[in-house]
Design a protein around this ligand. Structure first.
Ligand SMILES: C[S@@+](CC[C@H](N)C(=O)[O-])C[C@H]1O[C@@H](n2cnc3c(N)ncnc32)[C@H](O)[C@@H]1O
Length: 279
């Protein structure tokens, strides 16, 4: 006899609990809703029903992946970020809600041209262009696979005409041009703390997480070369780790920047470093 939605859900929650998944109920419901192609809030209406063999297999497979601590977004294939839904795979960093602070800060002033260094899924550049219909931008990443996802997102969100993506080692393949705004959420995790991260993070590309040095190398490299690519008075905004405010300020103060500010997120932890190219 086929199992009911309720019994499949209970079994899934037990399996997720056993594997140490932090929010087993929430994740089991999300995965079930995804398989049944309904909203999470509609599950209660179907609890006594049975589902097809194929749906059951798909659900069990999704739960199995989650027990191996694959992030829910990689299983679903998307992440909602700022105002849009972004396709994500294990080739890109799963966009974090904290990064929305960078978007909000960037939008506080006008810009027409923007460069996003280490664009990954394109979530920063695409969110910015979606808000500014007269702006255009370039997203670069060292990962060709990530850029393929960014292209998909740019098309789906309707900004593909106004952005370009290029493989580049930071500025190595960026054309000689002075942008109004440069943004970057580079890999900033110190290699010594990688082992303490949640098992989910270990499914993300390593090159998106750490520089394998001291977590500050990308800031140094970007700060060193940014002057050439930024208009006088143009802004550079970095996402930073909660304990990197002083160190990143120190890096920026060695180059051509003024108005260097460290900004906090909603948890009052350092999250952004903001500065301007001197005029
Ligand atoms: C923390 S992820 C950020 C991704 C995306 N911008 C976001 O906020 O979700 C850092 C990104 O930088 C890219 N990256 C790492 N080293 C790079 C380099 N030397 N040049 C260009 N991109 C690099 C990684 O491939 C990754 O996509």
């Amino acid at each position: 006899m086929s199992s009911t939605v309720q019994s499949l859900l209970s079994l899934a929650i037990d399996k997720l609990k056993l594997s140490g998944v932090p929010e087993p109920q929430r994740d089991a419901r999300k995965l079930l809703a995804y398989v049944l192609k309904i909203g999470v809030d509609r599950i209660a209406l179907h609890l006594q029903e049975t589902i097809s063999h194929l749906e059951q297999q798909k659900f069990e497979n999704a739960v199995l992946r989650r027990t191996k601590r694959v992030p829910v977004s990689y299983i679903l294939g998307y992440r909602d970020f700022f105002e849009h839904r972004f396709a994500v795979t294990s080739d890109v960093l799963d966009p974090r809600p904290e990064t929305e602070h960078l978007i909000m800060e960037a939008l506080r002033e006008d810009f027409v041209t923007v460069l996003d260094l280490g664009t990954g899924s394109g979530c920063i550049l695409i969110s910015l262009l979606a808000q500014k219909s007269n702006a255009s931008g370039l997203g670069v990443d060292q990962s060709e696979a990530a850029l393929a996802i960014a292209q998909v997102n740019a098309r789906a969100i309707g900004v593909a005409e106004r952005c370009e993506f290029r493989v580049s080692n930071w500025f190595s393949n960026v054309p000689a041009f002075q942008f109004d705004l440069i943004v970057a959420n580079p890999p900033y995790i110190h290699p010594n703390v990688m082992g303490a991260l949640s098992p989910e993070v270990l499914h993300e590309p390593k090159c998106a997480l750490t520089d394998h040095l001291d977590g500050l190398n990308a800031y140094r490299k970007i700060a060193m070369s940014a002057e050439k690519f930024l208009k006088p008075g143009g802004r550079l905004i970095f996402e930073i780790g909660f304990d990197q405010g002083v160190a990143v300020t120190d890096v920026l103060s060695r180059y051509f920047f003024e108005d260097i500010l460290v900004m906090q997120d909603f948890d009052q932890r350092d999250r952004l470093a903001h500065c301007r190219r001197n005029s």
